[in-house]
Design a protein. Structure first.
Lengths: 181, 259
């Protein structure tokens, strides 16, 4: 693996295995594969390019220092990193210490995004579902996930009853589930 | 969901840490004994991963990549973590062992020569540590007295005056340590709590602990999770849902600004 990491030909698991042996090229390959996803999530939550860069640095450094934290059974690498980035970004937004260790992030079955063509296909499908969602539903989902608001805070902001907020968020998640079902 | 429909909506919120108060307590109690709902919670987390992936934006600037690679190269050069060593590294380790043994021998001789000096230093340190431990014990006892539920908190005010709600925050910016003492706090409505906020020089208030006063209106908050180094221009208190809020949702009932 040393010095000879061919990007798309190598699986995420093989790259992580190489990182465990201290292979910097494998780390660079993994960064090239997923840094856009991590940066996009961090930028979406914080709205600040400097903070988003810091989160990218933090997420990939955690992976470099704790490569054993990634286990394919925990979910596909792309989705796993995206969730870690979201959690770190919310912590950053609230100016608090990171609450979730990367070793504690476990995700149910998600699509494998290692292949670039597959990545584009899945991401297009997810964006299609989000675009087709009713505005109020998408908005409630995004306020909870990307702004870290509680359901009471969303209800206070929108003026909707608590029950309505809950129903919209649940319905939004069910729509997203159709991407992998 | 097989009869668990009433929790379906709360599971989605719980998966993104957006559930609070009695709803959260009821769901956690249910999750402890329901494998079906635990499984559904995992599925919700999977759905949320898809939501994270729905974001689209520019690639990070090239400097971010260079910064990361510089950092990991420096970390690798300074100290390669032992847990990263692969089985084929063991031959290298074997050679290193002989070098290490020789170095240890030289070190032992040097240490023997310094032994006398160290014994004297150790005696001095013992005296110092004993003093520090006594001081630490005094601090612990003070803190325990301040936060003990049975402690009497009595606020003195000018004669003929009715006691007013009071709060005193003692904050160490460098370490992010905070001790807050309150007295005379009015009783709260059901499912509400007071939330203490650190007011930074710029930006939004930072949560600094949720508390409910006792029957006499007294309360303490000791070392809530706060980032070290955050400069405070003051502190404020609002009434929030029991689980606390990320940002204030009501007008501050008490505010104190540093001099």
């Amino acid at each position: 693996m040393h010095g000879a990491v061919e990007k798309e030909a190598v699986t995420d698991l093989a790259l992580v295995s190489a990182i465990r042996n201290g292979d910097e090229d494998a780390m660079a390959a993994l960064y090239d594969r997923y840094s856009s996803i991590v940066y996009s999530v961090a930028l979406r939550v914080t709205g600040d390019t400097g903070a988003a860069e810091d989160i990218v640095q933090d997420v990939f450094l955690q992976l470099w220092r704790k490569p054993a934290a990634f286990d394919a059974a925990r979910g596909a690498m792309g989705a796993w990193l995206a969730v870690i980035a979201r959690n770190r970004a919310i912590d950053s937004l609230r100016r608090r210490r990171p609450e979730t260790d990367i070793e504690d992030v476990v995700i149910a079955v998600t699509p494998d995004l290692a292949d670039e063509a597959e990545r584009h296909r899945v991401l297009d499908k997810i964006r299609g579902v989000m675009t087709a969602m009713p505005e109020t539903q998408r908005s409630a989902l995004e306020m909870a996930y990307f702004e870290g608001l509680t359901h009471s805070e969303i209800a206070a902001r929108t003026g909707d009853p608590l029950g309505t907020v809950k129903t919209r968020i649940r319905a939004g998640l069910m729509a997203l589930r159709t991407v992998v079902s | 969901m097989n009869g668990h429909e009433q929790f379906a909506e709360d599971l989605a919120l719980h998966a993104m840490h957006a559930l609070e108060g009695s709803d959260l307590a009821a769901l956690e109690a249910h999750l402890a004994q329901c494998a079906t709902c635990r499984s559904e919670l995992e599925s919700c987390r999977g759905d949320l991963a898809l939501l994270a992936l729905s974001t689209s934006g520019p690639k990070p600037p090239l400097r971010a990549r260079e910064r990361l690679l510089r950092t990991i190269a420096a970390e690798k050069a300074s100290a390669r973590p032992w847990h990263m060593l692969a089985p084929h590294d063991t031959r290298w380790l074997s050679g290193l062992a002989w070098v290490g043994a020789a170095a240890m021998l030289l070190l032992a001789v040097a240490l023997w020569q310094e032994n006398g000096t160290l014994k004297q230093s150790l005696a001095e340190l013992r005296v110092s540590v004993g003093s520090d431990q006594a001081e630490l014990q005094r601090v612990r006892e003070t803190l325990a007295a301040l936060s003990a539920p049975e402690a009497q908190h009595i606020t003195l005010v000018a004669a003929q005056q009715k006691a007013q709600p009071q709060g005193r925050a003692i904050y160490l910016r460098a370490s992010g340590r905070l001790i807050f003492l309150a007295s005379g706090m009015p009783a709260l409505p059901p499912q509400k709590a007071y939330e203490l906020w650190l007011l930074p020089l710029t930006g939004n208030p930072v949560p600094a602990g949720v508390f409910k006063p006792d029957a006499r209106g007294s309360a303490t908050v000791v070392n809530p999770p706060l980032p070290a180094g955050l400069e405070a221009k003051g502190f404020a208190i609002t009434v929030e849902p029991e689980a606390g809020s990320a940002l204030p949702t009501s007008t501050p009932s008490m505010v104190g600004l540093g001099s």
